[in-house]
Design a protein around this ligand. Structure first.
Ligand SMILES: Cc1cc2nc3c(=O)[nH]c(=O)nc-3n(C[C@H](O)[C@H](O)[C@H](O)COP(=O)(O)OP(=O)(O)OC[C@H]3O[C@@H](n4cnc5c(N)ncnc54)[C@H](O)[C@@H]3O)c2cc1C
Length: 338
């Protein structure tokens, strides 16, 4: 399934109207293998794209977009405590979460409503409401782009970190994820300790798996812009992790600054708060802007180009550096010329 001169507008949640020379839709494992074994010719460079919800295109893409459409959700193993399910890379993430919640399987509910496809979730190690997808991933099956070999990555092999994994670091651009295995609980232990989650669940009635999912959905809908209405890619920047001593000296200057202990031993700061303190919340430069409810989210009000959004992000990085001495890192992947 090879397409030429494709508009990427529907393939990125910023809604940027860029073009790609080619797009290959990969419908199953066999197609992926034959593609990378060189059985058909295709134009490099390439970019794998799922829902395009973490990508900022700053120019047309002069190469091939690989779009995995591999579907299927399966129960692989089930006992009294756990169930292992697998899902194809092309399955919509939130549809999978909904499916697990309807079956009564626990573990993914706090990750409800995150846009994108299953294949990207181990790449990004998506996270929300105190949970990261690494907490449930059992293994990842990928195809080597070099030679089409099927490769299995255990949870350890994935080298998960904060919005990071081997697929974004030493193995970046080397594998196409085709299937992900999740280990879920049969008697869910809900994790409602984050923010106002418990309160929101209580408002819905009893503490159940379905209500936990619904609470996450309600909170997200009240805070985050819907990409179908205003183009965005969720959090544009990562929350910076600094040493405890750096956090302490910042806390002395800004006692109201939110900070959290990080698993790495450092202190995580809220990038949105830092950006807000620099006066960016709700600011607009042409059609590129900073969301008025969440300063961590950059938006396309309609006709912004990727370069304009990128330039706005540069200004934000500069002002956070000047005011707090902290370098913000983009969570969104920038693709194209700057
Ligand atoms: C409104 C909104 C809210 C969001 N909220 C959150 C949130 O709460 N938490 C969070 O973690 N993220 C959040 N995100 C970011 C984004 O949804 C996630 O990063 C998501 O996992 C990206 O999935 P995708 O399919 O769109 O990937 P894409 O953006 O298409 O790709 C992301 C990266 O993964 C690679 N990739 C994609 N599929 C594959 C594959 N099959 N094999 C190998 N590499 C692949 C791509 O090459 C790219 O490098 C949000 C985004 C939006 C728009």
């Amino acid at each position: 399934m090879i397409y030429k001169n494709i508009s990427l507008k529907k393939f990125n949640t910023f809604g940027l109207d860029c073009m790609a020379d080619c797009m290959i839709r990969i419908r199953n494992e066999k197609e992926a293998i034959s593609l990378f074994r060189g059985e058909i010719s295709w134009k490099k460079p390439f970019l794998i794209i799922g829902g395009g919800s973490n990508i900022l295109f700053t120019s047309d893409f002069k190469g091939t977009i690989l779009y995995p459409e591999i579907g299927g959700i399966k129960v692989e193993v089930k006992d009294q405590e756990y169930v292992i399910i697998s899902a194809g890379a092309g399955v919509n993430w939130d549809k999978l979460v909904e499916w697990t919640v309807n079956k009564g399987y626990g573990g993914l509910e706090n990750l409800s409503l995150i846009p994108g496809l299953v294949g990207a979730t181990p790449v990004q190690n998506i996270g929300a409401y105190g949970v990261e997808v690494k907490d449930t991933i059992e293994k990842v099956i990928a195809v080597s782009i070099d030679d089409g070999a099927i490769t299995e990555f255990s949870k350890n092999d994935c080298r998960f970190g904060y919005r990071n994994s081997t697929f974004k670091s030493e193995n970046k651009g080397k594998y196409l994820v085709i299937r992900v295995y999740f280990k879920l609980t049969i008697s869910p232990l809900l994790n409602l300790n984050y923010g106002s989650l418990k309160e929101e669940v209580t408002k819905l009635g009893s503490v159940t798996l379905k209500n936990a999912r619904q609470a996450v959905i309600n909170i997200r809908r009240s805070k985050l812009p819907d990409p179908e209405i205003i183009g965005n890619a969720g959090s544009f920047f990562k929350n910076p992790v600094v040493s405890s001593s750096a956090a302490e000296s910042l806390n002395n200057r800004y006692p109201q600054m939110p900070s959290y202990k990080d698993q790495s031993g450092g202190t995580k700061l809220a990038a949105g708060w830092l950006i807000d303190q620099c006066g960016w919340k709700g600011k607009r430069v042409g059609d590129a802007g900073v969301h008025d409810k969440q300063a961590l989210v950059l938006v396309n009000y309609g006709k912004a180009t990727g370069k304009e959004i990128y330039n706005l992000s540069e200004k934000i990085i500069k002002s956070v550096q000047e005011k707090f001495g902290i370098d913000l890192e983009r969570e969104v992947e920038v693709v194209g010329t700057i």
